[in-house]
Design a protein around this ligand. Structure first.
Ligand code: PLP
Length: 415
Protein backbone atom coordinates (compact mmCIF):
# COMPACT_ATOMS: atom_id res chain seq x y z
CA UNK A 1 0.00 0.00 0.00
CA UNK A 2 2.80 2.34 1.10
CA UNK A 3 4.75 1.50 -2.05
CA UNK A 4 1.71 2.25 -4.16
CA UNK A 5 1.29 5.70 -2.49
CA UNK A 6 4.95 6.58 -3.16
CA UNK A 7 4.61 5.41 -6.77
CA UNK A 8 1.42 7.48 -7.13
CA UNK A 9 3.06 10.61 -5.71
CA UNK A 10 6.17 10.28 -7.85
CA UNK A 11 4.08 9.74 -10.97
CA UNK A 12 2.00 12.81 -10.17
CA UNK A 13 5.13 14.87 -9.57
CA UNK A 14 6.69 13.74 -12.83
CA UNK A 15 3.48 14.47 -14.66
CA UNK A 16 3.24 17.93 -13.04
CA UNK A 17 6.83 18.84 -13.85
CA UNK A 18 6.43 17.53 -17.38
CA UNK A 19 3.28 19.55 -17.96
CA UNK A 20 4.98 22.66 -16.51
CA UNK A 21 7.92 22.08 -18.84
CA UNK A 22 5.69 21.56 -21.84
CA UNK A 23 3.60 24.56 -20.81
CA UNK A 24 6.69 26.69 -20.71
CA UNK A 25 7.76 25.32 -24.05
CA UNK A 26 4.35 26.01 -25.48
CA UNK A 27 4.35 29.45 -23.88
CA UNK A 28 7.55 30.42 -25.69
CA UNK A 29 6.79 28.57 -28.91
CA UNK A 30 3.18 29.61 -29.33
CA UNK A 31 2.62 32.77 -27.29
CA UNK A 32 -0.67 33.51 -29.05
CA UNK A 33 -2.31 30.62 -27.24
CA UNK A 34 -1.45 32.23 -23.92
CA UNK A 35 -2.32 35.91 -24.44
CA UNK A 36 -4.87 37.62 -22.21
CA UNK A 37 -8.39 38.54 -23.21
CA UNK A 38 -8.35 42.04 -24.66
CA UNK A 39 -10.73 44.93 -25.18
CA UNK A 40 -12.77 44.93 -28.37
CA UNK A 41 -10.82 47.53 -30.32
CA UNK A 42 -13.44 50.06 -31.39
CA UNK A 43 -11.93 53.30 -30.07
CA UNK A 44 -8.87 55.09 -31.50
CA UNK A 45 -7.12 55.94 -28.22
CA UNK A 46 -5.05 58.96 -27.24
CA UNK A 47 -1.72 57.75 -25.84
CA UNK A 48 -2.37 58.77 -22.24
CA UNK A 49 -3.50 57.12 -19.00
CA UNK A 50 -5.45 59.47 -16.76
CA UNK A 51 -5.17 58.59 -13.07
CA UNK A 52 -6.51 61.68 -11.31
CA UNK A 53 -8.84 64.59 -12.00
CA UNK A 54 -10.11 67.72 -10.33
CA UNK A 55 -12.24 70.60 -11.64
CA UNK A 56 -11.14 71.29 -15.22
CA UNK A 57 -7.87 69.38 -14.95
CA UNK A 58 -6.80 65.76 -15.29
CA UNK A 59 -3.38 64.23 -14.52
CA UNK A 60 -1.69 61.31 -16.21
CA UNK A 61 0.26 58.46 -14.59
CA UNK A 62 3.48 60.47 -14.89
CA UNK A 63 2.02 63.46 -13.06
CA UNK A 64 1.54 65.58 -16.18
CA UNK A 65 -1.44 67.95 -15.89
CA UNK A 66 -3.88 68.53 -18.79
CA UNK A 67 -6.56 71.20 -19.16
CA UNK A 68 -9.84 69.48 -20.02
CA UNK A 69 -11.72 71.53 -22.64
CA UNK A 70 -13.55 68.37 -23.71
CA UNK A 71 -15.24 67.46 -20.42
CA UNK A 72 -14.85 63.77 -21.25
CA UNK A 73 -17.24 64.31 -24.19
CA UNK A 74 -19.59 66.88 -22.58
CA UNK A 75 -20.06 64.66 -19.55
CA UNK A 76 -18.25 66.68 -16.89
CA UNK A 77 -20.73 69.39 -15.96
CA UNK A 78 -19.79 70.53 -12.43
CA UNK A 79 -16.09 69.65 -12.69
CA UNK A 80 -14.19 66.42 -12.14
CA UNK A 81 -14.52 64.88 -8.64
CA UNK A 82 -16.56 67.83 -7.35
CA UNK A 83 -16.53 67.52 -3.52
CA UNK A 84 -20.32 67.78 -3.15
CA UNK A 85 -20.81 65.10 -5.81
CA UNK A 86 -18.24 62.80 -4.17
CA UNK A 87 -19.82 63.31 -0.75
CA UNK A 88 -23.37 62.64 -1.94
CA UNK A 89 -22.33 59.45 -3.75
CA UNK A 90 -20.31 58.25 -0.76
CA UNK A 91 -23.18 58.93 1.65
CA UNK A 92 -25.64 57.13 -0.61
CA UNK A 93 -23.27 54.21 -1.06
CA UNK A 94 -23.20 53.71 2.71
CA UNK A 95 -27.01 53.60 2.83
CA UNK A 96 -28.13 51.68 -0.23
CA UNK A 97 -26.67 51.57 -3.75
CA UNK A 98 -29.35 49.70 -5.61
CA UNK A 99 -32.82 48.39 -5.51
CA UNK A 100 -35.12 47.78 -8.45
CA UNK A 101 -37.96 49.98 -9.65
CA UNK A 102 -40.46 47.64 -8.01
CA UNK A 103 -40.34 49.71 -4.81
CA UNK A 104 -40.63 53.42 -3.93
CA UNK A 105 -37.33 55.29 -4.36
CA UNK A 106 -38.02 58.78 -2.96
CA UNK A 107 -34.71 60.25 -4.17
CA UNK A 108 -36.07 59.87 -7.76
CA UNK A 109 -38.80 62.36 -6.88
CA UNK A 110 -36.17 64.74 -5.46
CA UNK A 111 -34.34 64.63 -8.81
CA UNK A 112 -37.58 65.24 -10.72
CA UNK A 113 -38.52 68.24 -8.54
CA UNK A 114 -35.24 70.10 -8.82
CA UNK A 115 -34.97 69.21 -12.53
CA UNK A 116 -38.41 70.74 -13.07
CA UNK A 117 -37.42 73.84 -11.17
CA UNK A 118 -34.09 74.43 -12.95
CA UNK A 119 -35.38 73.59 -16.42
CA UNK A 120 -38.57 75.65 -16.10
CA UNK A 121 -40.71 72.57 -16.82
CA UNK A 122 -42.04 71.84 -13.36
CA UNK A 123 -45.15 70.07 -14.68
CA UNK A 124 -43.15 67.48 -16.68
CA UNK A 125 -42.71 63.79 -15.75
CA UNK A 126 -39.35 62.05 -15.39
CA UNK A 127 -38.45 58.56 -16.57
CA UNK A 128 -34.89 57.59 -15.68
CA UNK A 129 -32.56 55.32 -17.63
CA UNK A 130 -28.81 54.89 -18.14
CA UNK A 131 -27.46 56.41 -21.35
CA UNK A 132 -28.19 58.90 -24.09
CA UNK A 133 -29.06 56.23 -26.65
CA UNK A 134 -31.42 54.60 -24.19
CA UNK A 135 -33.07 57.96 -23.50
CA UNK A 136 -33.65 58.55 -27.23
CA UNK A 137 -34.81 54.97 -27.73
CA UNK A 138 -37.41 55.43 -24.99
CA UNK A 139 -38.47 58.84 -26.29
CA UNK A 140 -39.07 57.48 -29.79
CA UNK A 141 -40.88 54.46 -28.45
CA UNK A 142 -43.06 56.66 -26.25
CA UNK A 143 -43.88 58.91 -29.22
CA UNK A 144 -44.97 55.82 -31.14
CA UNK A 145 -47.06 54.50 -28.24
CA UNK A 146 -48.64 57.92 -27.70
CA UNK A 147 -49.59 58.51 -31.35
CA UNK A 148 -50.00 54.89 -32.38
CA UNK A 149 -47.90 55.76 -35.45
CA UNK A 150 -44.57 54.61 -36.88
CA UNK A 151 -42.86 57.42 -38.83
CA UNK A 152 -39.91 59.27 -37.31
CA UNK A 153 -38.45 62.45 -38.78
CA UNK A 154 -34.76 63.07 -38.24
CA UNK A 155 -32.25 65.39 -39.92
CA UNK A 156 -28.99 65.41 -41.84
CA UNK A 157 -25.85 65.07 -39.67
CA UNK A 158 -27.95 63.97 -36.69
CA UNK A 159 -26.46 61.75 -33.98
CA UNK A 160 -28.83 60.10 -31.52
CA UNK A 161 -26.90 57.07 -30.23
CA UNK A 162 -26.03 53.46 -31.08
CA UNK A 163 -29.08 51.41 -30.12
CA UNK A 164 -31.54 50.21 -32.73
CA UNK A 165 -33.99 53.07 -33.30
CA UNK A 166 -31.61 55.76 -32.02
CA UNK A 167 -28.98 54.68 -34.53
CA UNK A 168 -31.59 54.36 -37.29
CA UNK A 169 -32.37 58.04 -36.64
CA UNK A 170 -28.63 58.84 -36.83
CA UNK A 171 -27.30 60.17 -40.12
CA UNK A 172 -24.02 58.21 -40.02
CA UNK A 173 -24.37 55.15 -42.28
CA UNK A 174 -21.20 53.58 -40.86
CA UNK A 175 -22.88 53.21 -37.45
CA UNK A 176 -26.05 51.57 -38.78
CA UNK A 177 -25.93 47.75 -38.91
CA UNK A 178 -28.18 45.99 -41.44
CA UNK A 179 -30.50 44.94 -38.62
CA UNK A 180 -30.99 48.59 -37.63
CA UNK A 181 -32.18 49.66 -41.06
CA UNK A 182 -35.83 50.66 -41.11
CA UNK A 183 -38.16 52.30 -43.61
CA UNK A 184 -39.78 54.29 -40.78
CA UNK A 185 -37.10 56.96 -40.31
CA UNK A 186 -37.06 59.86 -42.79
CA UNK A 187 -34.12 62.23 -42.98
CA UNK A 188 -34.79 65.83 -43.96
CA UNK A 189 -32.26 68.65 -44.43
CA UNK A 190 -31.39 70.35 -41.12
CA UNK A 191 -32.79 73.88 -40.67
CA UNK A 192 -34.85 73.64 -43.89
CA UNK A 193 -38.35 74.83 -42.95
CA UNK A 194 -39.72 74.39 -46.45
CA UNK A 195 -38.65 70.73 -46.71
CA UNK A 196 -40.20 70.09 -43.29
CA UNK A 197 -43.48 71.73 -44.27
CA UNK A 198 -43.62 69.77 -47.53
CA UNK A 199 -43.03 66.51 -45.71
CA UNK A 200 -45.72 67.24 -43.13
CA UNK A 201 -48.16 68.24 -45.85
CA UNK A 202 -47.66 64.86 -47.49
CA UNK A 203 -47.23 62.51 -44.51
CA UNK A 204 -47.83 64.59 -41.35
CA UNK A 205 -50.64 62.40 -40.10
CA UNK A 206 -48.34 59.37 -40.05
CA UNK A 207 -45.55 61.06 -38.09
CA UNK A 208 -45.07 59.75 -34.55
CA UNK A 209 -42.19 62.05 -33.69
CA UNK A 210 -39.63 64.57 -34.86
CA UNK A 211 -36.24 64.26 -33.16
CA UNK A 212 -33.36 66.71 -33.30
CA UNK A 213 -30.47 68.14 -31.33
CA UNK A 214 -30.73 71.82 -30.35
CA UNK A 215 -27.09 72.13 -31.37
CA UNK A 216 -25.69 69.22 -33.36
CA UNK A 217 -22.62 67.91 -31.56
CA UNK A 218 -21.13 64.99 -33.48
CA UNK A 219 -22.35 66.73 -36.66
CA UNK A 220 -19.91 69.59 -36.02
CA UNK A 221 -21.63 72.20 -33.74
CA UNK A 222 -24.52 73.40 -35.86
CA UNK A 223 -27.36 75.26 -34.15
CA UNK A 224 -30.99 74.66 -35.01
CA UNK A 225 -32.45 78.06 -35.87
CA UNK A 226 -35.27 79.43 -33.71
CA UNK A 227 -37.59 79.54 -36.71
CA UNK A 228 -36.86 75.88 -37.47
CA UNK A 229 -37.66 74.80 -33.91
CA UNK A 230 -40.81 76.93 -33.89
CA UNK A 231 -41.89 75.31 -37.17
CA UNK A 232 -41.35 71.85 -35.69
CA UNK A 233 -43.50 72.80 -32.70
CA UNK A 234 -46.26 74.19 -34.95
CA UNK A 235 -46.28 71.25 -37.36
CA UNK A 236 -46.25 68.69 -34.54
CA UNK A 237 -49.21 70.48 -32.94
CA UNK A 238 -51.11 70.63 -36.22
CA UNK A 239 -50.55 66.93 -36.97
CA UNK A 240 -50.59 65.43 -33.49
CA UNK A 241 -46.91 64.40 -33.63
CA UNK A 242 -44.42 64.44 -30.74
CA UNK A 243 -41.52 66.92 -30.71
CA UNK A 244 -38.46 65.22 -29.17
CA UNK A 245 -35.57 67.46 -28.12
CA UNK A 246 -32.38 65.40 -27.96
CA UNK A 247 -30.60 67.33 -25.21
CA UNK A 248 -28.07 64.60 -24.47
CA UNK A 249 -25.10 66.74 -25.48
CA UNK A 250 -26.45 70.30 -25.76
CA UNK A 251 -28.65 70.08 -22.65
CA UNK A 252 -28.24 70.25 -18.93
CA UNK A 253 -27.33 73.92 -18.80
CA UNK A 254 -24.37 73.68 -21.17
CA UNK A 255 -25.64 76.40 -23.53
CA UNK A 256 -26.91 78.72 -20.79
CA UNK A 257 -30.49 77.46 -21.20
CA UNK A 258 -31.21 74.26 -19.34
CA UNK A 259 -32.32 72.71 -22.66
CA UNK A 260 -30.71 74.35 -25.71
CA UNK A 261 -33.94 73.94 -27.73
CA UNK A 262 -35.84 76.24 -25.35
CA UNK A 263 -33.84 79.16 -26.75
CA UNK A 264 -36.54 79.27 -29.49
CA UNK A 265 -39.26 80.03 -26.92
CA UNK A 266 -41.27 76.85 -27.59
CA UNK A 267 -41.33 73.72 -25.45
CA UNK A 268 -40.68 70.17 -26.64
CA UNK A 269 -42.97 67.27 -25.70
CA UNK A 270 -40.04 65.11 -24.61
CA UNK A 271 -36.52 66.16 -23.65
CA UNK A 272 -33.85 63.47 -23.58
CA UNK A 273 -30.80 63.89 -21.36
CA UNK A 274 -27.70 62.01 -20.23
CA UNK A 275 -24.04 63.12 -20.31
CA UNK A 276 -23.92 66.13 -17.92
CA UNK A 277 -26.73 64.72 -15.79
CA UNK A 278 -24.40 62.62 -13.61
CA UNK A 279 -21.06 64.44 -14.06
CA UNK A 280 -19.54 61.07 -14.99
CA UNK A 281 -21.89 58.75 -13.13
CA UNK A 282 -24.00 56.90 -15.74
CA UNK A 283 -27.50 58.32 -15.45
CA UNK A 284 -29.96 59.49 -18.08
CA UNK A 285 -33.61 60.29 -18.47
CA UNK A 286 -36.48 61.63 -20.49
CA UNK A 287 -38.60 64.56 -19.35
CA UNK A 288 -42.15 64.19 -20.60
CA UNK A 289 -44.90 66.80 -21.06
CA UNK A 290 -48.02 66.33 -18.92
CA UNK A 291 -50.33 65.55 -21.85
CA UNK A 292 -48.43 62.29 -22.52
CA UNK A 293 -50.01 59.74 -20.22
CA UNK A 294 -48.07 56.84 -18.72
CA UNK A 295 -49.35 53.33 -18.33
CA UNK A 296 -47.79 50.45 -16.44
CA UNK A 297 -44.92 48.64 -18.22
CA UNK A 298 -44.98 51.05 -21.19
CA UNK A 299 -41.31 51.78 -20.40
CA UNK A 300 -38.97 50.05 -18.01
CA UNK A 301 -35.39 49.41 -16.96
CA UNK A 302 -33.49 47.55 -14.27
CA UNK A 303 -30.79 50.07 -13.43
CA UNK A 304 -32.46 53.34 -14.40
CA UNK A 305 -33.12 55.65 -11.45
CA UNK A 306 -31.23 53.55 -8.90
CA UNK A 307 -30.45 55.38 -5.64
CA UNK A 308 -26.74 55.79 -6.40
CA UNK A 309 -27.39 57.28 -9.84
CA UNK A 310 -30.01 59.59 -8.31
CA UNK A 311 -27.53 60.76 -5.67
CA UNK A 312 -25.09 61.70 -8.43
CA UNK A 313 -27.83 63.45 -10.43
CA UNK A 314 -29.06 65.30 -7.38
CA UNK A 315 -25.56 66.51 -6.52
CA UNK A 316 -25.16 67.91 -10.05
CA UNK A 317 -28.46 69.80 -9.91
CA UNK A 318 -27.72 71.15 -6.41
CA UNK A 319 -24.34 72.50 -7.49
CA UNK A 320 -25.81 73.95 -10.70
CA UNK A 321 -28.47 75.72 -8.65
CA UNK A 322 -26.20 76.90 -5.82
CA UNK A 323 -23.38 78.12 -8.07
CA UNK A 324 -25.63 79.54 -10.83
CA UNK A 325 -23.78 77.48 -13.41
CA UNK A 326 -26.11 78.21 -16.32
CA UNK A 327 -25.45 81.94 -15.95
CA UNK A 328 -21.74 81.18 -15.63
CA UNK A 329 -21.83 79.03 -18.81
CA UNK A 330 -23.48 81.89 -20.71
CA UNK A 331 -20.87 84.40 -19.54
CA UNK A 332 -17.89 82.10 -20.11
CA UNK A 333 -19.22 81.09 -23.53
CA UNK A 334 -19.49 84.72 -24.62
CA UNK A 335 -15.98 85.38 -23.31
CA UNK A 336 -14.55 82.33 -25.08
CA UNK A 337 -16.20 83.27 -28.37
CA UNK A 338 -14.95 86.86 -28.11
CA UNK A 339 -11.39 85.67 -27.52
CA UNK A 340 -11.56 83.23 -30.43
CA UNK A 341 -13.05 85.86 -32.74
CA UNK A 342 -10.05 88.07 -32.02
CA UNK A 343 -7.81 85.46 -33.70
CA UNK A 344 -8.02 86.37 -37.40
CA UNK A 345 -7.04 82.91 -38.66
CA UNK A 346 -9.93 81.18 -36.85
CA UNK A 347 -13.12 81.17 -38.90
CA UNK A 348 -16.72 80.11 -38.42
CA UNK A 349 -16.91 80.06 -34.63
CA UNK A 350 -20.21 78.42 -33.74
CA UNK A 351 -22.34 77.37 -30.79
CA UNK A 352 -23.61 78.89 -27.56
CA UNK A 353 -22.55 78.84 -23.95
CA UNK A 354 -19.95 76.13 -23.39
CA UNK A 355 -20.70 74.18 -26.53
CA UNK A 356 -18.44 75.91 -29.01
CA UNK A 357 -16.85 74.74 -32.25
CA UNK A 358 -14.72 76.19 -34.99
CA UNK A 359 -13.25 74.96 -38.26
CA UNK A 360 -9.50 74.52 -38.29
CA UNK A 361 -8.15 76.23 -41.44
CA UNK A 362 -6.35 73.86 -43.83
CA UNK A 363 -2.92 75.30 -43.08
CA UNK A 364 -3.31 74.37 -39.37
CA UNK A 365 -4.57 70.82 -39.87
CA UNK A 366 -3.82 68.61 -36.86
CA UNK A 367 -4.41 71.36 -34.29
CA UNK A 368 -6.25 69.00 -31.91
CA UNK A 369 -3.25 66.66 -31.75
CA UNK A 370 -0.80 69.52 -31.20
CA UNK A 371 -2.96 71.08 -28.48
CA UNK A 372 -2.85 67.72 -26.75
CA UNK A 373 0.82 66.85 -27.29
CA UNK A 374 2.47 70.24 -26.99
CA UNK A 375 0.07 72.30 -24.88
CA UNK A 376 -1.41 69.51 -22.73
CA UNK A 377 -5.00 70.42 -23.51
CA UNK A 378 -7.84 68.01 -24.28
CA UNK A 379 -10.34 69.15 -26.90
CA UNK A 380 -13.03 67.33 -28.83
CA UNK A 381 -13.32 67.17 -32.59
CA UNK A 382 -15.84 66.60 -35.33
CA UNK A 383 -15.04 65.50 -38.82
CA UNK A 384 -13.49 67.06 -40.79
CA UNK A 385 -11.17 69.25 -38.68
CA UNK A 386 -13.64 70.92 -36.34
CA UNK A 387 -12.42 71.66 -32.82
CA UNK A 388 -15.26 70.99 -30.39
CA UNK A 389 -15.14 72.58 -26.94
CA UNK A 390 -17.29 71.09 -24.17
CA UNK A 391 -15.64 72.07 -20.88
CA UNK A 392 -17.12 71.88 -17.38
CA UNK A 393 -19.76 74.54 -16.74
CA UNK A 394 -17.69 76.04 -13.92
CA UNK A 395 -14.55 76.59 -16.00
CA UNK A 396 -12.80 79.82 -15.07
CA UNK A 397 -11.74 82.80 -17.20
CA UNK A 398 -8.09 81.94 -16.48
CA UNK A 399 -8.58 78.43 -17.85
CA UNK A 400 -10.22 79.82 -20.98
CA UNK A 401 -7.27 82.23 -21.33
CA UNK A 402 -4.88 79.25 -21.13
CA UNK A 403 -6.73 77.56 -23.97
CA UNK A 404 -6.85 80.68 -26.15
CA UNK A 405 -3.13 81.34 -25.54
CA UNK A 406 -2.38 77.77 -26.68
CA UNK A 407 -4.40 78.24 -29.89
CA UNK A 408 -2.55 81.49 -30.59
CA UNK A 409 0.83 79.84 -29.90
CA UNK A 410 -0.05 76.96 -32.20
CA UNK A 411 -0.97 79.34 -35.03
CA UNK A 412 2.15 81.46 -34.40
CA UNK A 413 4.36 78.36 -34.67
CA UNK A 414 3.52 78.23 -38.40
CA UNK A 415 5.12 81.65 -39.11
N1 PLP B 1 -27.53 62.01 -28.52
C1 PLP B 1 -26.53 62.89 -28.68
C2 PLP B 1 -26.86 64.24 -29.21
C3 PLP B 1 -25.21 62.53 -28.40
O1 PLP B 1 -24.23 63.41 -28.59
C4 PLP B 1 -24.96 61.24 -27.90
C5 PLP B 1 -23.57 60.82 -27.59
O2 PLP B 1 -22.60 61.40 -27.97
C6 PLP B 1 -26.02 60.35 -27.73
C7 PLP B 1 -27.29 60.75 -28.05
C8 PLP B 1 -25.78 58.95 -27.24
O3 PLP B 1 -25.45 58.97 -25.89
P1 PLP B 1 -24.78 57.69 -25.21
O4 PLP B 1 -23.41 57.58 -25.77
O5 PLP B 1 -24.80 58.02 -23.74
O6 PLP B 1 -25.64 56.53 -25.54
Amino acid sequence: MHLFAVFYRVTCRVFLEFSRYTNLLAYFCAPKLYTMATMFDVYPLAPVTITRAQGSYVWDDKGQRYLDMYGGHAVISIGHTHPHWVERIQDQLKQIAFYSNSIRIPIQQEVASILGKLSGHSNYQLFMCNSGAEANENALKLASFHTNRKLVVSFTKAFHGRTSLAVAATDQPAYVAPVNETPFVHFLPFNDVEALENFFQKSGNEVAGVILEGIQGVGGIHEATDVFLQSIRRLCDEHGAVYIADSVQCGYGRTGDFFAHDHAGVAADIYTMAKGMGNGFPVAGIFIAPHIQPRYFMLGTTFGGNPLACAAALAVLEVMDRDQLMQHATAMGLYLKEQLKAIPQIKSIRGRGLMIGFDVPNEFTGMKKRLFEQHKIFTGEAKPEVIRLLPALNISKEEIDMFVAAVKADIASFN
